[in-house]
Every structure is written in structure tokens, then in C-alpha cells.
Design a protein around this ligand. Structure first.
Ligand code: ACO
Length: 327
């Protein structure tokens, strides 16, 4: 248990909204299929925005809301799997644009678990650095990596970013990081892949092909999620010394509304307001989804100081990550 006060949350999504009906114009699908199987109605898709610009937008909002100066930021972490380039990291680009010259900055690659992984890593950094402040952002521009000819994946994903500013400065500290449970199942990694880059040099035979688009075995990932996410949540809540009934909100990665419902059922909890959903508006925004949902809940006054939050991600790796926070 350590001091971990979330001072502000923010989100930034692209202006362009693409409805299910829009997709039905360009591929063999329907609003009825997408809505019934996933809960998705719309998603936001980058046109002029980039992964970096969405993340920077979030970071600037966080500084404006808290009146913290860029020089006072110690850590910037961006969870993403769709950066604008392999190097420099999105986090370094954000640091440069903020002029947060004192902050160390790096990306986390844990796919849709990235924001939960980032929370755990940020907590570890804060725990070893008294009086410090960090920015954690989940940011994705997945539309550039989707195979738009593959209706089984193209309808699922959306672009966006969300984040939070967190501190352990005693004067500002109100919240706590209660527990983190991170797990990786690398042997199952082939069920969800993206951005394969082939060897290419004068010393290879030149036969290997790169394969950038996302590929997913939807059934395997679905089964993985509804088996492993409830376990992850139960372990994290127990580690925090709490019961499921103590939790005010289960903020789950928004991959599929049916997955969230199944997780609630496996936890023997009703699928009610404690399992908020916004996948209808954004689709699956991977590492950004928990952060966007948290920002919306805070903005709506639903999440309040003292609330116990479970933040649970799952996805490529395969990975699961759950953290328990007192907001
Ligand atoms: N529109 C219309 N029909 C479609 C579409 C579409 N977009 N996509 C598939 N279908 C068809 C299929 O071809 C199939 O047709 P058939 O019965 O004639 O063969 C039928 O619909 C049923 O397809 P299923 O794949 O069985 O559909 P399912 O109900 O399993 O839903 C889905 C598929 C939504 C992908 C689901 O498996 C799922 O949500 N999986 C988990 C995804 C997930 O959580 N990903 C997380 C990734 S996070 C990260 O790290 C990136």
C-alpha cells in the first residue's frame, strides 16, 4: 500500500466518428451484427491526429487542470502499441512537446493491459521517489494498423487517448495504490499479433515478409479473457485486503461488452453501474480504454474521492493486469 493520489484525469479522441453503418458501406457487416456481438456503435478514427498528438493533448489537459508546471513532472509513461514510430518513444515525444525537461519518459508495450501495467510501474517509481509526480497515458491510433479488409477485426477497434496525473507529494496526497496483479501468458501470444517486422539485411535471404496488420483469434482471446480476468481481479482485490463488495467501480478494458458481462457473472456480481461501459462510443481503444473510461467517470462526478477502483486490462501478450486504487 502506498500513497498514490490521482490529481486529474483527461481524455482526447479524434474528431472523425465512424458509425457501424459507415463500416457497412465499405465491408460486409451490419450495425445489427456489431452491436449484438460487441456492444460497439461508433468509434473515433484519426485523420489529422496522431498517436503523439492525442497523448500530448491529454498531457497538456492534465497540466492545465492541476496547475502543475512541466518542470515539476518526474515521470512520463505512455502505454501504447501503435506509436508513430519505433523510436523515439511516444512518451519521449510528449516530454519534448511539454518541455518537461526534468521528466524521464518511456513507453510500455503490454497491448490492452498497458494502462494497468503502467499504473503498477508508476506506483513502483513513485514508491522509490518521495515527493514526485508522474503522468501516465494510454494512447492508440490503431486504425493505421488494422486490416480494413478483415471484417472480423476491423469493426472492433478505435483510436483515442486517456491519462492521469499522479503524485505522492504529501501535501496533495489523498489516494492510495492498494495492489497490483500483473500476469503474462507468452505461450499464447500467437492468438493476438500485430506489427511483425521481418529480418532484412544483406545477410538474410530476403524471403521473410513483414506483416504489420493486427491478427486475432477472437474465440481464443474471448475464452482467455473470461477465464483469466476474473482470477486477476480476485487476486488483486484479495491482495488489497478487500472483498469484491468493497469495490465501487470495476473499470475493465473495453474490448467487448459481452466480456465485461461474463466477468461480472464469473465474479457472481450483477452487471450494473459498478461495471461501467463506454465501448458503444469508442470501440476497443486498447491501452487507452481504461483511461478514457476513468476520465469520463470522474468528469461525470460518478467516481469520487475515497472510492475503491479496480482497473483491469487484458489482451496481447497475452497479458492481464489488475490494479486496485483508492481514488
Ligand atoms: N460482420 C458480420 N459478420 C461477421 C463479422 C462482422 N464484422 N465478423 C465475423 N462475422 C461472422 C463470421 O464470419 C461468422 O460467420 P459464420 O457463422 O458464417 O462462420 C459469424 O459472424 C460468427 O463469428 P464469430 O467469430 O463466431 O463471432 P463471435 O460471436 O465470437 O464474435 C468477436 C467475434 C467479437 C471477435 C469475439 O470473438 C470477441 O470479442 N473476441 C475477443 C476479442 C478481444 O477481446 N480482443 C481483445 C483484444 S485486446 C488487444 O490486446 C488488442
Amino acid at each position: 500500500m502506498s500513497t498514490f493520489s490521482i490529481m486529474a484525469t483527461a481524455k482526447a479522441v479524434p474528431d472523425r466518428v465512424v458509425t457501424n453503418d459507415d463500416l457497412a458501406q465499405i465491408m460486409d457487416t451490419s450495425d445489427e451484427w456489431i452491436s449484438r456481438r460487441t456492444g460497439i456503435k461508433r468509434r473515433h478514427v484519426v485523420t489529422d491526429e496522431t498517436n503523439t498528438s492525442l497523448a500530448t493533448n491529454v498531457a497538456k489537459q492534465l497540466l492545465a487542470k492541476t496547475h502543475v508546471s512541466p518542470e515539476a513532472i518526474d515521470f512520463i509513461i505512455v502505454a501504447t502499441m501503435s506509436g508513430d514510430q519505433l523510436m523515439p518513444s511516444t512518451a519521449a515525444a510528449v516530454q519534448g512537446q511539454l518541455k518537461a525537461g526534468h521528466a524521464l519518459a518511456f513507453d510500455i508495450s503490454a497491448a490492452c493491459s498497458g494502462f494497468s501495467y503502467g499504473l503498477d510501474v508508476m506506483n513502483a517509481l513513485l514508491a522509490t521517489h518521495p515527493d514526485s509526480t508522474g503522468i501516465l497515458i494510454g494512447s492508440e491510433a490503431l486504425s493505421k494498423l488494422i486490416d480494413w479488409h478483415d471484417r472480423t477485426t476491423a469493426v472492433l477497434f478505435g483510436d483515442g487517448a486517456g491519462g492521469l496525473l499522479v503524485t505522492n507529494r504529501s501535501v496533495d496526497a489523498q489516494g492510495q495504490f492498494l495492489s497490483g496483479q500483473l500476469d503474462t501468458y507468452g505461450a499464447d501470444g500467437d492468438s493476438l499479433t500485430m506489427g511483425k517486422i521481418a529480418n532484412r539485411s544483406p545477410f538474410t535471404d530476403g524471403q521473410a515478409q513483414s506483416d504489420l496488420p493486427l491478427h486475432m483469434d477472437g474465440h481464443r482471446v474471448f475464452d482467455f479473457a473470461i477465464r483469466r480476468v476474473p482470477e486477476s481481479i480476485q487476486n488483486a482485490v484479495a491482495q488489497a485486503g478487500l472483498k469484491l463488495s468493497d469495490v465501487d467501480f470495476f473499470i475493465l478494458h473495453q474490448a467487448n461488452q459481452r466480456i465485461v458481462k461474463s466477468v461480472a457473472r464469473k465474479l457472481k456480481l450483477p452487471f450494473d453501474d459498478r461495471f461501467p461501459i463506454n465501448i458503444d462510443e469508442y470501440g476497443n481503444t486498447s491501452a487507452a480504454s481504461e483511461a478514457i473510461l476513468l476520465a469520463e467517470l470522474v468528469a461525470a462526478g460518478k467516481v469520487k474521492r475515497g472510492d475503491i477502483l479496480v482497473m483491469a486490462g487484458f489482451g496481447g501478450g497475452l497479458t492481464t493486469g489488475t490494479v486496485v486504487i483508492k481514488y
